[in-house]
Design a protein around this ligand. Structure first.
Ligand SMILES: [Zn+2]
Length: 212
């Protein structure tokens, strides 16, 4: 009974027309819409914890000025905090304990000028990536070098000295070594939160400029 009525319906001219229409609709090529969510996401600044793939230890305080010493095994990867341009680097260790000059204390180091307008500095490296030169553009999370004990870290447990500052001319070690505490940003990046130090850095810079 059910089969009979179905045949009857399908055989009427309007039913054939509708079924053809449905079939042609089903055969339409599928138009894939661009994924807008990805574009929105890439427009935001991404942040990575500066040491990748290794266990790390770091405290809230740093001796006599704001910075962080991130302890990790020798050879662990130092990576770009965010996207930007390599601003300054050193592949040689010119530090001597006798002179202990501020400008050579970092040993092997890399400075990155982030697209967020913040300068990120990592020093005491064992190695700087061969692919880096001043002016090279890097993506967030890119490999920059290996954790070590160069500069004034000679004889200490391997660690990355990590400094956050505003952009500065090369060799201005008093600024590049760090002007604000990276602690709360490190904590955020470790859990995948894109917290930017940009506002805090700009605020402090304005304050310092006003004092001059
Ligand atoms: Zn330090």
């Amino acid at each position: 009974m059910a089969r009979f009525s179905l045949l009857k319906v399908v055989n009427t001219p309007s039913a054939i027309f509708i079924s053809l229409l449905l079939a042609s609709a089903l055969l339409q090529p599928v138009i894939v819409q661009p994924v807008i969510a990805n574009e929105v996401e890439s427009a935001e600044q991404k942040y990575y914890f500066p040491v990748a793939g290794c266990e790390v230890k770091y405290g809230q305080y740093h001796h006599d000025y704001p910075a962080s010493d991130i302890f990790s095994a020798k050879g662990c990867r130092f990576v770009a905090t965010t996207s930007g341009i390599i601003d300054e680097l050193s592949r040689v260790d010119l530090w001597s304990g006798r002179e202990n000059l501020g400008e050579t204390r970092g040993g092997l180091f890399v400075s990155l000028l982030g697209d967020d307008g913040v300068r990120y500095y990592g020093s005491h490296l064992a190695k700087v990536s061969k692919k880096l030169e001043v002016g090279v553009r890097v993506k967030a999370g890119r490999y920059l070098g290996k954790i070590g004990t160069s500069g004034s870290a000679r004889g200490t447990p391997p660690h990355l000295h990590y400094g956050i500052s505003w952009p500065t001319e090369n060799n201005n070690w008093l600024i590049r070594r760090g002007v604000i505490s990276p602690y709360k940003y490190l904590q955020a990046w470790q859990v995948g939160e894109d917290l930017s130090p940009s506002k805090a850095v700009k605020r402090l810079m304005k304050k310092r400029m006003a004092l001059k």
